[in-house]
Design a binder for this molecule. Structure first.
Ligand SMILES: [Ca+2]
Ligand SMILES: [Ca+2]
Length: 400
């Protein structure tokens, strides 16, 4: 099993990801010893009595010694005492949450305890769905877990449930499983930050939260709007109405990825991946998504022959818009080599590996200018008006 290309966008608190991931490493065998809600509550209530009040701000905070005292308190569940009171654990908490004076806000300390606790509980639920496999869960089992989670905690209707499950699951799978192995490490699910984002969506309706009702309504409405013939799926020509896409790119999307139904049309899950790829265009997961689409012969490299048709299609489109004057080189291969290949700065003039994309600062730009005519024009204008940083990535366009 290969290591997943796990590169979550910065929607979550990295420090929490770290602590959750560390905890997951630690705890495989103590299911019975996880503190109960009552124990946690009693412990959290007692924490302020160990904290000191800042005279200036009136805020409560804990020093290293005060954290040790809180953990030694009789209300502290043994599990926390064992895990959090080692010098290394305290130092980690201090580094992640501590102020320059080496004090931690008592609220932050409570948050750590609650987050770890919720994460433990969720971990056992996940493992139950994974048929007690402690480390991996199949996508089909994860879908069931998500369905139950949505049923228990949100107000999505039964009619919406299938779409919501799909939308929720694809946020995880897009980043955790870019190679489409259809099996996810439990630890990656819990430490991805998406679990936290999903929980946060219960209290916010921010459209930037993928799991929010507002985002769900928006993505589903866009999907239904694009589905002009109302057959429940998106065809290539329907997707072309979404933006000024390079037609060859859209053709490749439908030819290369395996998330479509037998008619060769895109289902809602495939549409979620498509949107996630554009929304998070500068992540490794998105690069992997585009890389697989660009690598038309599937040999694991993007070669000149893979990209030639994309460039020809882009030129056709620009000609139709009377903008073909942009290219000074009439020969497609010259154009390809000098205008597009050099963007990546790859030493090999024949083919680009996924590693080359990751090592280049221009991977996102390389993909975007060849997928979308508008993005190409924007990039071209940027080159001819170099007052901005010409080497910087092109602006993210928010899809939808
Ligand atoms: Ca359709
Ligand atoms: Ca190839």
């Amino acid at each position: 099993m290969t290591t997943p290309n796990f590169d979550a966008p910065c929607t979550s608190d990295l420090s929490l990801q770290f602590s959750i991931s560390t905890v997951c490493e630690l705890l495989d065998k103590d299911r019975e010893r996880i503190p109960t809600n009552e124990q946690i509550k009693a412990f959290l209530e007692k924490i302020p009595s160990h904290a000191s009040i800042c005279k200036k701000t009136g805020q409560l905070s804990l020093s290293i010694q005060e954290i040790k005292n809180a953990l030694a308190d009789s209300t502290c569940p043994e599990w926390y005492r064992e895990r959090l009171s080692s010098p290394a654990a305290i130092l980690t908490i201090m580094k992640l949450f501590g102020s320059p004076h080496f004090r931690v806000q008592s609220e932050d300390f409570c948050l750590i305890a609650v987050t770890i606790h919720n994460c433990l509980i969720e971990r056992w639920k996940l493992i139950a769905f994974a048929k007690d496999n402690c480390t991996m869960i199949r996508s089909i089992d994860f879908s069931q877990y998500i369905t139950q989670w949505i049923r228990e905690k949100t107000n999505f209707t039964e009619d919406e449930l299938e779409y919501a499950t799909c939308l929720y699951e694809h946020k995880f799978s897009f980043f955790i499983d870019p190679m489409l192995l259809k099996v996810y490490p439990v630890k990656d699910i819990l430490s991805s930050g998406f679990y936290q984002e999903m929980t946060n969506a219960l209290n916010t309706d921010d459209i930037d939260n993928w799991f929010s009702r507002k985002n769900f309504d928006y993505v589903l409405a866009t999907y239904k709007q694009l589905d002009l013939d109302c057959n429940g799926l998106i065809s290539a020509s329907e997707l072309m109405t979404f933006s000024e896409f390079n037609p060859e790119f859209i053709g490749r999307v439908f030819a290369q990825t395996n998330v479509y139904d037998a008619n060769g049309e895109m289902d809602f899950g495939g549409f979620c991946d498509f949107i996630l790829a554009f929304q998070h265009a500068d992540t490794m997961a998105a690069w992997r998504y585009f890389f697989n689409i660009f690598d038309s012969d599937g040999d694991g490299f993007i070669s000149l022959s893979d990209v030639r048709a994309l460039v020809c299609s882009l030129i056709d489109r620009l000609q139709a818009m009377n903008r073909a004057d942009i290219f000074t080189m009439p020969d497609v291969d010259d154009l390809l080599t000098y205008e597009f290949w050099d963007v990546i700065g790859c030493a090999n003039k024949e083919k680009i590996s996924f590693r080359d994309i990751c090592n280049s600062t221009m991977g996102t730009t390389f993909f975007r200018v060849l997928t979308d005519v508008d993005q190409f024009l924007k990039y071209d204008e940027r080159e001819t008006q170099p007052q901005d940083d010409p080497a910087g990535p092109i602006e993210d366009r928010c899809y939808p």
